[in-house]
Design a protein around this ligand. Structure first.
Ligand SMILES: Nc1ncnc2c1ncn2[C@@H]1O[C@H](COP(=O)(O)OP(=O)(O)O)[C@@H](O)[C@H]1O
Ligand SMILES: [Mg+2]
Length: 189
């Protein structure tokens, strides 16, 4: 299946998720990730602030921050690349482009992600054999993940049924090392 049709199918499945499923997945994701030593030890984390039916990250971001990590969140640029700014508690976010909440903090630049010890990204699907990630079609995370070093853990957050056998990939598409689904954390590479 091509990317466009796969995105359409995955978005339709997401639209039918119940609030209970969304909440249960968020809790499982937060608890599983916070149990990992490499998550606990990460001093600088790049994450995202979820919107709509994306795998929910608000509690995760708050918990990481409460545990003392510095959490950077993306600020979408006009060219669809990702700038980064630091989350400093629930009162430090404001609606940005497309109404998505972004930190009000100074922008650290597109290269700020190079300094993260842990990178948590959204995805519509991940290929279980290759770790290739499918996004919503802006290519933002292909650009961001290309700047992340090979030894930095990268985790895509997914709903059930989004870790797939065959995800269409182009040469620019980036991989992630872990996929987090309601079934648990899967190491991919
Ligand atoms: N490193 C990059 N630099 C510039 N543009 C890129 C880069 N990676 C991807 N893009 C652009 O983003 C667009 C969407 O990419 P795609 O992989 O389909 O989206 P997504 O990763 O969000 O699913 C592509 O047409 C591509 O031209
Ligand atoms: Mg891509």
């Amino acid at each position: 299946m091509d990317k466009m049709n796969l995105r359409r199918q995955l978005n339709a499945a997401r639209a039918s998720l119940s609030p209970e499923q969304l909440r249960a997945n968020a809790i499982k994701t937060r608890e599983t990730l916070l149990d990992q030593p490499w998550v606990q030890m990460a001093g600088l984390v790049a994450c995202y602030w979820s919107a709509g039916v994306e795998p929910e990250t608000h509690g995760l971001v708050f918990a990481l921050w409460k545990h003392g990590a510095t959490v950077m969140l993306p600020v979408l640029r006009n060219d669809n690349d990702l700038d980064w700014a630091v989350y400093d508690g629930p009162d430090t976010l404001a609606p940005g482009r497309h109404g998505i909440m972004e930190p009000v903090d100074t922008r650290r630049g597109v290269d700020a992600i190079r300094t993260a010890a842990l990178v948590i990204v959204p995805a519509l699907a991940v290929d279980r054999k290759t770790g290739v990630r499918l996004g919503r079609g802006g290519g933002s995370y292909d650009r961001a993940l290309a700047r992340v070093g090979p030894n930095v853990p990268t985790v895509a957050l997914l709903h059930a049924g989004e870790l797939l056998d065959d995800v269409p990939a182009e040469p620019h598409d980036q991989q992630v090392r872990f996929a987090m689904t309601p079934e648990g954390l899967t190491s991919l590479m």
